[in-house]
Design a binder for this molecule. Structure first.
Ligand SMILES: C[S@@+](CC[C@H](N)C(=O)[O-])C[C@H]1O[C@@H](n2cnc3c(N)ncnc32)[C@H](O)[C@@H]1O
Length: 482
């Protein structure tokens, strides 16, 4: 097995792993940590081992010390777990994605359930309901509808590639970060996260760019034209292509987008982004609509959505339907009720439930997402919704609901960081009868729930698996005002 990246060692044209800090033999894995790594103890210190499961005994190389803990990778398995399976992807163990492709799916679900239970430990003094069984994903591969792939002029080289000496050719790459190395790129020959033609398209773009002699980005030198290829698709078969480049001349970006248009009829929407900053985020950069639609069409339940390049949309479409049905069922929606949907994105939850309630207000930070939300409402003839583009803490604050019709229900779906403490404070003051809290991070969710528990009782807890092959878990919680 390839050991994957360690503390990096970069030559002039490539990056690979450095020599390990030390070796530990016969380490017994005792548990799983919240980032899905094997958890062990060695001479009183915590060792976190990638790709190792509870019950396994392994020899490891320590590659980094972090806050007193040792981060390690296995070099030899003395005892393996019955939960272990053969990963589908050849890049498993090096690539930073799909860290649990080696874990049998029912065990993945058990570990995710245990994560929620562990995160909710801080709530154990409350009278909690029994957690419902996790909702599994129907698709274990090809379930994502958005991927960001990075270009590099000096790709990550695996130990196997370096075995015969320095590699001097074929050093460009288009892929993902290797595990734990966020400024490096591992070229991917295959990736099982998007459905086809995601993989074929990515490989074709790389080959075309190589043939055309278009330069790939070097993060260290901060030079090179091609930076990122962002692919989005919908369950209706439409694809959006966003190409991020590091220089202002768009000629080569347009050449690549023309190439994609000519060869992939599924591609309906073409953008490029000029980004000469240090970070790869698309937000706050010059985003140019080059050709085709300015959106892709998606359908959730009976509602049609237009999704623009900056709009958040749930990345696992099939599971998003299940997630929203769980939220709607927990919300116990009634036709006369006034509802708020916090962190609404493109208004997806608001529009999904609008025909079951009197009125929904959605609030979201990204103005482009709110523009999409209004557009989506109009296209679906949904008139009982209102959308506000603002930072949540600037809207949901003291006395906000004082002169408004009091909501009967509030649905909140914040980003991983959870809700701002001021929002939690304002919700306590507002005393809305029911809250449904959807979260992609049970740890921050538990902290927010602890705050809300001053006035609310938790009545239901339901984990949903949106991201098979990873340790991530979504969790929905229903609350009632005491
Ligand atoms: C997990 S997504 C949920 C989106 C939506 N509910 C859905 O299901 O598609 C979180 C959303 O919160 C938005 N967001 C992040 N920080 C925010 C803030 N401070 N104020 C308002 N919205 C914010 C993000 O842009 C994103 O659309």
């Amino acid at each position: 097995m390839d050991r994957g990246p360690s503390t990096e060692d970069c030559g002039p044209n490539y990056c690979t792993m450095a020599e390990p800090i030390r070796e530990i033999l016969g380490l017994e894995i005792l548990d799983m940590d919240i980032h899905g790594r094997g958890w062990a103890k060695y001479n009183g210190r915590t060792v976190l081992v990638e790709n190792a499961l509870p019950g396994e005994v392994v020899d490891v190389n320590v590659y980094r010390k972090d806050k007193g803990m040792l981060l390690a990778r296995p070099t030899n398995f003395i005892k393996t777990s019955p939960e272990r399976v053969e990963p589908t992807c050849k890049h498993f163990g090096v690539c930073g994605g799909c860290k649990w492709q080696n874990v049998e799916y029912t065990s993945q679900l058990q570990y995710k359930t245990a994560f929620v239970a562990k995160a909710f430990k801080q709530l154990e003094h409350l009278d909690l309901p029994t957690m419902r069984p996790i909702v599994p994903s129907d698709n274990l591969l090809h379930y994502r509808n958005k991927m960001d792939y990075g270009f590099t002029s000096r790709r990550w080289l695996t130990a196997a590639e370096m075995a015969d000496g320095p590699v001097t050719e074929g050093l460009t790459g288009l892929g993902q970060h290797p595990s734990g190395a966020f400024d490096k790129i591992l070229h991917l020959d295959e990736c099982f996260l998007l459905e086809e033609p995601g993989n074929t398209l990515r490989l074709a773009v790389k080959q075309f760019a190589d043939e055309q002699g278009i330069t790939f980005h070097d993060h260290r030198a901060r030079a090179g034209y091609l930076r990122q290829l962002i692919l989005r698709n919908s369950s209706l078969g439409e694809w959006m292509i966003i190409l991020m480049v590091g220089e202002t001349d768009p000629t080569d970006a347009q050449k690549i987008l023309d190439f994609i248009e000519a060869n992939f009829p599924q591609a309906k929407s073409f953008f490029y982004v000029i980004n000469d900053t240090l970070n790869d985020s698309i937000f706050g950069k010059e985003l140019v609509h080059y050709k085709g639609q300015t959106y892709i069409n998606e359908k959730l339940g009976e509602v049609m959505f237009r999704i623009g390049p900056l709009s958040f949309f749930q990345t696992n479409h099939a599971q998003a339907v299940k997630l929203y049905n769980v939220a709607a069922e927990m919300a116990n929606l009634k036709p006369h009720e006034t509802v708020y949907d916090l962190y609404t994105g493109t208004g997806s939850i608001a529009l999904y439930i609008a025909n079951q309630v009197k009125h929904v207000t959605g609030i979201e930070l990204i103005p482009e997402a709110i523009a999409d939300a209004w557009d989506n409402a109009r296209r679906n003839n949904i008139t009982n919704v209102h959308f506000i583009a603002a930072d949540m803490k600037d809207v949901i604050k003291k006395d906000y609901f004082k002169n408004l019709p009091k909501p009967d229900l509030l649905i909140t779906d914040p980003p991983r960081a959870g809700m701002h403490p001021k929002v939690v404070e304002a919700l306590l003051e507002a005393e809305i009868p029911r809250i449904v809290y959807v979260s992609c991070n049970p740890v921050t969710q538990a902290t927010d729930l602890l705050g809300l528990s001053k006035k609310y009782r938790i009545t239901a807890i339901q984990p949903v698996d949106m991201f098979p092959q990873t340790y991530h878990v979504e969790n929905v919680v229903a609350l009632e005002l005491i």
